[in-house]
Design a protein around this ligand. Structure first.
Ligand code: DX5
Ligand code: ZN
Length: 236
């Protein structure tokens, strides 16, 4: 399986000192990516931050000493993902991960997933496609097998998107397994309720290699220890 990547969700950090939280989680605590949850109050019943804040975080982490890994993993929980590609590219997003369900239902203008993948690549970003717990991964096979441009990552949600701190839904694990069996080299991300307990064991065993954890990392006395534990389970 591909390399282990630990991506703390900054949703669980202290937004009052966001820039500091972001730079220290990479620089001092050993995270690989920053998972940035963008919610618009339409696709999910919650609002978080938009591209202006991402621009500021980008500036802050790049000014931080020894900054070398710049992966901003933006999880777009928005109803019209095609609308924000340019804004997030300018803000410094590296990986634009949209929800399959949102692209399918998009209206202004309607931009189906295959089309949106092309748009994101054309903007110079990597692209992820996310699925909610109720969406089967089979719907992604045409995108991953087809002639067209392919997603660089699939995100299998292990909670209903919208809030941090929810309980890991074990029913989502077989979806990860099915994807891993079919795509040995694909980056497969899991997000929601993951901790250094049975949840990371299940996710890693099924084949996930990109691990999001919010509460488990930012709520711990030593985020560094949790990040190392999560990594060790994926690399086992
Ligand atoms: C939920 C978000 C997650 C969330 C994860 O909608 O997509 O990224 O912040 O937080 P925990 O790890 O606390 O479930
Ligand atoms: Zn997320």
């Amino acid at each position: 399986a591909p390399q282990a990547i630990i991506a703390p969700s900054i949703l669980a950090s202290d937004f009052g000192k966001l820039a500091h939280e972001c730079s220290r989680i990479i620089k001092d605590e050993g995270a690989d990516w920053l998972h940035i949850d963008i919610m618009d109050g339409h696709f999910v019943p919650n609002i978080t931050i938009g591209s202006p804040v991402v621009t500021c975080i980008r500036g802050a982490v790049e000014r931080a000493e020894d900054w070398s890994k710049g992966v901003f993993d933006c999880h777009m929980m928005v109803a019209e993902p095609q609308k924000w590609v340019g804004d997030f590219q300018k803000a410094g997003c590296d990986l634009y991960c949209f929800h399959y369900e949102a692209a399918m239902a998009s209206q202004a203008p309607h931009t189906p997933p295959a089309e949106l993948i092309k748009q994101v690549h054309a903007a110079g970003m990597k692209v992820g496609v996310a699925v909610k717990p109720g969406t089967e991964v089979d719907v992604l096979y045409p995108l991953l097998d087809g002639e067209g441009e392919k997603p660089d990552m699939v995100l299998v949600m292990t909670v209903e998107p919208g809030f941090g701190g929810q309980k890991f839904n074990e029913k989502c694990v077989p979806k990860v397994k099915a994807l891993r069996e079919r795509y040995p080299d694909l980056d497969i991300e899991v997000d929601g309720g993951i901790k250094s307990d049975y949840t990371i064991e299940k996710a890693a065993e099924a084949g996930a290699n990109v691990i999001v954890a919010g509460t488990a990392v930012f709520g711990a006395p030593s985020p560094k220890e949790v990040i190392a534990q999560l990594r060790a389970v994926v690399e086992k």
